[in-house]
Design a protein around this ligand. Structure first.
Ligand SMILES: Cc1cc2nc3c(=O)[nH]c(=O)nc-3n(C[C@H](O)[C@H](O)[C@H](O)COP(=O)(O)OP(=O)(O)OC[C@H]3O[C@@H](n4cnc5c(N)ncnc54)[C@H](O)[C@@H]3O)c2cc1C
Length: 232
């Protein structure tokens, strides 16, 4: 009898795992259905800052495989974007899935369930965290939203809150749009193997870019500068 594997989330982890499952069992033995709440599958999240910085021209260049390609070329893996998993009923062995566009909810049965929903980025509970002009940076949808703002509104100033690789890559990408930091823009990286002078956020590295380091500074809250910078 054909087993049914349901996959929740469809980016790096699930693409590898489900493709491996398919290699072991053909479509007569295993039906694979994947639900992804976003609009894209199997994309390079690592490339998003480079799409924002215009090194990558089109978002489509970051996509390794579309749902159609999974259906056509990868032995019938049914990857459905715009579908969010809401609830799992282990007794019934079923997942409640909502189709984002229509709002229609259905229970999808499974024999095996693969959870590959990734990590949830930390959004600090600062005053103003939900204000307009504050962007997160995890999914391709978020990358497209930020790039659209940069193209259409041409903001003059930007602040990056976050001290890791992604924050620094984004600060560099924003330089490509001529954004400047109003006060503290490039935070100290929290990567232990970066020395103070070698680190990408060392003052020497950013000299002349219009960005200033906010080392050892902490954001007490967030407020869009509507009065001084109308675009943000
Ligand atoms: C901007 C950025 C830059 C990065 N750069 C690098 C790098 O240079 N080098 C490196 O090694 N790593 C990098 N990473 C990390 C790397 O992208 C991740 O480690 C990798 O994407 C993790 O893959 P994943 O499949 O586990 O999770 P994710 O890629 O997060 O995928 C999880 C998927 O599950 C979906 N999902 C979540 N909940 C539900 C639900 N309830 N229903 C349906 N779908 C759901 C999400 O929409 C998402 O598409 C970067 C990440 C980001 C965000």
């Amino acid at each position: 009898m054909t087993q049914r594997l349901v996959v929740i989330g469809w980016d790096a982890a699930e693409m590898s795992a489900a493709s491996a499952a398919r290699r072991q069992q053909g479509r007569d033995e295993l039906e694979i259905v994947a639900f992804e709440r976003g609009n894209y599958t199997s994309y390079s999240a690592c490339g998003i800052p480079y799409f924002i910085g215009k090194d990558v021209a089109e978002a489509s260049e970051l996509i390794a495989r579309t749902p159609q390609q999974f259906r056509d070329n990868h032995n019938n893996i049914d990857a459905r974007t715009g579908h969010e998993a809401l609830e799992i009923d282990l007794h019934r062995r079923a997942v409640l899935v909502r189709e984002q566009v229509t709002g229609r909810e259905t229970w999808e049965g499974f024999d095996q369930l693969m959870l590959a929903t990734g990590a949830v980025p930390f959004r600090p509970p600062l005053p103003g965290i939900d204000a307009r002009g504050i962007h997160g940076m995890q999914t391709l949808d978020e990358g497209l939203a930020l790039r659209a703002v940069l193209e259409q509104e041409r903001p003059a100033r930007a602040v990056v809150v976050g001290a890791g690789y992604i924050g620094l890559e984004l600060a560099e990408a924003l330089c490509a749009w001529g954004c400047r930091s109003p006060s503290s823009g490039v935070p100290r990286p929290r990567c232990p193997h970066w020395t103070r002078t070698w680190a990408p956020s060392s003052p020497q590295r950013w000299r002349g870019t219009g960005w200033r380091s906010g080392w050892r500074r902490r954001s007490p809250g967030l407020r869009p500068m509507a009065d001084r910078s109308p675009r943000w």
